[in-house]
Design a protein around this ligand. Sequence first.
Ligand code: ADP
Ligand code: MG
Length: 485
Amino acid sequence: MGIKGRALTGPVFFWHVFRWMRMSMSLLTDQLRILDHAAPLELRGTVIEVRGLALRVADLPAPIGAMVSIREKNAHQSKLDGEVVGFDREQAIVMPLGPTTGIRRGDRVVAEHFSPFVRVGESLLGRVLDGMGRPMDGRGPLSDTLIRPLTPPPVDPLDRPLINQPLATGVRAVDALHSIGRGQRIGVFAAPGVGKSTLLGTMAKHTSAEVSVIALVGERGREVRDFIDNNLGPEGLARSVVVCATSDQPALLRIRAAVVAATVAEYFRDGGLDVMLIMDSITRFCQAQRQVGLAAGEPPATKGYPPSVFSMLPTLLERSGRTSKGSITGIYSVLVEGDDINEPISDACRGILDGHIQLSRDLAQKGHYPAIDVLSSVSRVADDVTGPEQQAAKRQVLKLIHSYQQVEDLLNIGAYAPGSNPDFDLAIACKPAVDRLLQQGRHEVKGAANFDAARSQLLALTQQTQQAQQQLNQRTRQPVTPAAR
Ligand SMILES: Nc1ncnc2c1ncn2[C@@H]1O[C@H](COP(=O)(O)OP(=O)(O)O)[C@@H](O)[C@H]1O
Ligand SMILES: [Mg+2]
């Protein structure tokens, strides 16, 4: 026996024995961890009914959240996997993780694991996973992974340091005016087609966070490829993990994609990294939970959403945040259906999140991208992560934008006489410079974003505003000569 012709003797031999022992130990630990989650004894039930999307199973005393496999009566091979989502007297309610076609009365349902888990590791970087956390990019199995429970105990509130460091997103309007902090949770609210996914893609690609974990929940199949190839690109993907469950997949898989992404983000956070967790969209996650809740027999409440949606939402969103080890900055897209901003999911999200970025269809229609309505957006930690100079500059720019909005209609019909209102005059003079700060091409940023660069551009705009103000003052002070009249 030898390596490249050399005899395996002395220290080399012991080194190989040591490596072999270490590998065996880690495999053993992994297997023990799986055993931790496995059902202690085989629990079996029988399918007696399929009602809507859920199966009713008799004699299956498995707990909520247990993973089950559905098999032919006398077969060992699983036809379909599922999860116990509720009980109705003696019957367990099981939601399958696939279509119910082929399920028949009398099929066996066997409990596999009592608490679900996912495999995580450094090798997830650059990979695209399905809702179960399995690779779906055709690049082979994952190596060097360990097991992590999908529903860990909540983070101790005392282990949550204050959010006081900014995180660059690569979106100038956000970095300059509504700065995000490491560990903050923020929502991107908009109607369909206004630019949410594009904005999230820009952030995932250019953020200064070390890792991006992206959950694409309930998107159309076409959009997943589009997001990975066009929004994220190869360099963005290399430092990201994408987890997706498209709209045609069962509701449980869509929920699980979001939870798997949160678990993967927690793994990297516990490794001491700053992680950006992106969910597109949290509304689709809630819609999936609505399907599961209704199938489990919950009463529909606000707009058909059962109460479980409003208890699951904070549980999922609370998984982002800063701990003593690292941080997860959560960016969640919220679909505002029919431009109705009082829709129950966006209402609930607004209450839980530490800020919102509002996109405007009006701006998108004018070709103003990213279509961020900076006056309606807010980041609740912006003042904790920026200095007084930036805060003063931000207030000044917001005032300019507000003044311009007030005078815009008059300007458009030619009814504004310059000189009537000094605030309006300044806003009109500064409009092109403000737009240059706020508008940004999709591929304008190269590489990792720089927070200081965005701040410098904001401060430069303040100087331009001062110059414009001086010019306006001079103009008003000049005596009106007969020639000028
Ligand atoms: N920054 C941008 N620059 C140019 N066009 C954009 C930008 N953001 C969005 N768009 C346009 O808007 C369309 C819809 O964007 P998308 O991000 O898919 O919206 P949503 O996710 O809100 O449905 C895109 O196909 C693109 O044409
Ligand atoms: Mg989208």
